[in-house]
Ligand binder design. Structure first.
Ligand code: SAM
Length: 285
């Protein structure tokens, strides 16, 4: 090889090395094979989620689309969408939506469920491998609005306590999971109330508001309340959808314990006690 040819080849190699690598499509991780939910279970899922006209339903891993289609055609949900990585299933589901006359309100997309934003859903349904369910827990809790419901078929979330479960025996499940046993788990998304709040109680001086410091995880919330000088654990804090209930122990807001019930809306918590209205605003928001 001549010196000239070698230098031309070297220049070509260097030029190739500096080119951007061809865009690589990230392959979606499989959350489970296609196994349709038996129809009798589809019905139970609809009932457990309490699907009705106000709902927008999302099925993550939607297969032939039966969950979203049933929600809209039989349970009168206003709309919804499904995602699946199998293009032929997505095409079949969209064709069914067209035949059932709901294609304007129901769409199915070829999309990775782990990359799907579900923020507009009021109900999410899942029938996925037990290894995939934990990966969705934090995502769903972060994206869904307070009060949204999630129903998981057969496998519960590891940390998020379920609201209700239904156990049933279904013969068709033997071919799927080797047993008739079926479990459905219902979850309700709690309002996100983590942070420090300034708490104004009825009759208290606005110049001396109390502080409420809330920590929240999938497992639930804990809180401390008091003044800058003295914070103590609250006796109780429960968040259910947008509903909040907090009991301050004796000594925080007077000689007796005080229970505050109300609603969370963004950076405000408010409600009524016997003595009038209470309100808390999130600090630094
Ligand atoms: C057990 S089937 C459930 C089908 C439907 N939800 C039902 O209950 O009848 C799981 C579905 O998830 C789909 N799936 C698996 N991994 C996925 C991923 N990463 N993104 C989107 N869909 C996925 C499969 O193709 C399959 O259709």
């Amino acid at each position: 090889m001549t010196a000239r040819l070698a230098s031309v080849l070297l220049a070509a190699c260097l030029a190739a090395a500096s080119l951007p690598a061809p865009a690589q499509e990230k392959k979606a991780e499989s959350a489970g094979p296609y196994v349709p939910t038996p129809w009798v279970i589809v019905d139970e899922i609809m009932k457990l989620a309490g699907i009705g006209p106000g709902d927008y339903v999302v099925d993550l891993g939607s297969g032939d689309g039966r969950l979203v289609l049933t929600a809209v055609t039989r349970y009168k949900a206003k709309g919804g969408f499904g995602v699946d990585i199998e293009a032929p299933l997505v095409a079949q589901a969209n064709e069914s939506a067209r035949k059932e006359g709901v294609a304007d309100r129901v769409q199915f997309h070829v999309r990775d469920l782990f990359e799907t934003n579900v923020g507009e859903a009021s109900v999410v349904t899942l029938y996925l491998l037990p290894t995939s369910i934990p990966k969705l827990e934090v995502r769903l809790l972060a994206q869904l609005p307070a009060g949204a419901r999630v129903v998981s078929h057969d496998y519960p979330f590891p940390n998020w306590p379920h609201e209700r479960s239904v156990k049933m025996d279904v013969q068709e499940k033997i071919a799927i999971s080797g047993t008739t046993r079926t479990a459905l788990y219902l979850y309700v998304v709690p309002a996100r109330i983590a942070g420090t709040w300034e708490l104004q109680l009825p009759g208290a001086s606005p110049k001396a508001p109390l502080r409420l410091a809330v920590t929240q995880q999938a497992t639930g919330a804990t809180a401390r309340a008091g003044t800058a000088e003295r914070m103590v654990d609250v006796t109780e804090i429960a968040v259910h959808g947008a509903d909040v209930r907090i009991t301050l122990p004796a000594g925080v807001a007077g000689p007796k314990p005080v229970t505050l019930q109300g609603k969370a809306s963004g950076n405000v918590l408010e409600g009524a006690t016997d003595g009038g209205r209470w309100r808390a605003t999130r600090q630094g928001a």
